[in-house]
Design a protein around this ligand. Structure first.
Ligand code: PMV
Length: 312
């Protein structure tokens, strides 16, 4: 028996960091995917092949690569739940850059949850999403579940700590994603913002109000397909991200370069490194990518993905 599933990468369009303090954020999936193929085996082992390494362990053994824990967890859970006597072989193929805030781990958890459970049963997307969040918690204990949610359902979602809401419209704007190739730790950047907040309580409160206002305007811009307005809101959001200290000279330099020919660009995710997103006219994309040549970093055009999780 073989079961295959794929899930998309995600970006944070608006509201990172402020979401930690109860402002809404807007997330979307993009057309970069992870595909997971699972197979039942007669031999009672769990084997995983991925860009992060290959392992083969006995059903009661623990693997030594921490990043592979979610897949080991899912395989063991399904073997137990369905009293499977053999083992499971899992193959993970990805075109999502790893560890730069594009949700590669959530996408892998979602696609694996669907692919591995699909060997035994057909779960609803809701159930797969819950299972994926459980798996992701084996490496990110405090995950909000937002990444797995958007990777499962695709498109654009609005979320805060109380829950998620899908934005039903399907705008078709063009994005450029720039990977600064600077490694960052979300935890450290979030702590830095907490420090800013503690030292500038009144200003931070003001920024949260301004960010909420951005989110309100974003929904109108999306409704009206006003991508120029969306670009201006992206620029405004970046000003606030810079003020709370999550940008740096390299990211500012990239944003300045991209801003010349795009509607607007900003950090996506924690900042300190990671990726930058930009909204642009289709005709400007080649020029933007050419202008970034001097940085010798990865950049690519992207579209919003509305497919979400797919099973085959
Ligand atoms: O870099 P990412 O994709 O893990 O995003 C972090 C988003 C923050 O708002 C900075 C933190 C959070 O938990 O929401």
């Amino acid at each position: 028996m073989i079961s295959k599933a794929s899930a998309p990468a995600k970006i944070i369009l608006f509201g990172e960091h402020f979401v930690v303090y109860d402002v809404k954020a807007i997330l979307a999936t993009i057309n970069k995917r992870i595909t997971v193929t699972s197979e039942t085996t007669a031999e009672p082992t769990i084997s995983i092949q991925s860009q992060l390494g290959d392992i083969k362990i006995g059903i009661l053994e623990k693997n030594t690569i921490p990043e592979l824990r979610p897949f080991e967890f899912l395989a063991k859970k399904m073997i137990k739940e369905f009293s499977h006597k053999g083992g499971i072989k899992i193959q993970i193929e990805s075109d999502i850059p790893y560890g730069v805030g594009l949700g590669s781990s959530a996408a892998a958890c979602v696609a694996s949850a669907a692919s591995i459970s699909g060997l035994f049963t057909k779960y609803s997307k809701d159930k797969i999403c819950k299972l994926a969040i459980e798996a992701e918690k084996t490496i990110f204990e405090n995950t909000s579940g937002a990444d797995c949610t958007v990777c499962t359902f695709g498109g654009i979602i609005e979320y805060d700590k109380s829950g998620y809401q899908k934005i039903k419209l399907e705008p078709d704007f063009n994005l450029v994603i720039v990977n600064s190739e600077i490694i960052h730790r979300t935890k450290d950047v979030v702590s830095k913002v907490l420090q800013f907040k503690n030292n500038n309580a009144a200003r931070f409160e003001e920024l949260c109000v301004k960010e909420s206002e951005i989110i309100r305007k974003v929904k109108i811009a999306i409704e009206q397909k006003d991508y120029k307005a969306l670009g201006s809101l992206i620029k405004e959001n970046q000003v606030y991200l810079k003020e709370i200290g999550v940008s740096n000279d390299t990211l500012d330099g990239i944003i300045q370069t991209v801003d010349k020919t795009s509607y607007g660009s900003k950090i996506t995710g924690a900042g300190g490194g990671g990726c930058i997103i930009s909204i642009a006219e289709e005709s400007a994309i080649d020029d933007i990518i050419r202008k970034l040549d001097k940085y010798q970093i990865q950049c690519f055009a992207a579209k919003i993905d509305y497919r979400g999780l797919e099973t085959f």
